[in-house]
Design a protein around this ligand. Structure first.
Ligand SMILES: [Fe+2]
Length: 150
């Protein structure tokens, strides 16, 4: 049976990009989403949802900056301007969606655990497995080339 999108995210090889700083931050994101899932099972009030989405958004923004700094340092836009743009656009859209959820909470519209978790899990897993894997492959290749020429 397929796992529901609001089940815990399993940290597997498939999620690893091979870039340690990115993988470590992804691990923190996965752990905090899984932890949010557990907390929301026993307690589902707007205060908790506000806290969870606030913490998640600030860590996600910090993480996106790490990736975007790496893109810039490594010249990712020279390799593929379109992909670099798409990547950053996905980061912006994620932040905007979390902000929209937070605006809803402020207006008294609670989001269900299933809806929040299926959005977070679905976005993160598909972003990591596609967009971040392409960036990771590029960074690894750059680093290997730099190491070989030293
Ligand atoms: Fe990313």
């Amino acid at each position: 049976m397929m796992a529901a999108l609001y089940d815990p995210i399993e940290w597997t090889e498939k999620l690893m990009t091979g870039v340690p700083e990115i993988d470590n931050q992804h691990r923190v994101l996965v752990d905090s989403i899984n932890e949010a899932n557990v907390r929301l099972m026993s307690d589902h009030d707007i205060k908790l949802l506000e806290q969870i989405t606030k913490d998640l958004l600030s860590y996600a923004i910090y993480h996106f900056e790490t990736e975007e700094d790496l893109m810039q340092q490594m010249g990712y836009e020279h390799k593929s301007a379109a992909d670099a743009q798409l990547h950053q656009k996905q980061h912006r859209e994620f932040s905007a969606q979390v902000i929209a959820v937070r605006d809803g909470l402020r207006d008294g519209k609670a989001i269900s655990r299933e809806d929040l978790l299926s959005f977070l899990n679905g976005w993160l897993v598909s972003h990591i497995m596609n967009t971040d894997q392409r960036l990771g492959a590029f960074i690894k290749q750059k680093r290997n080339t730099a190491a070989a020429t030293q």
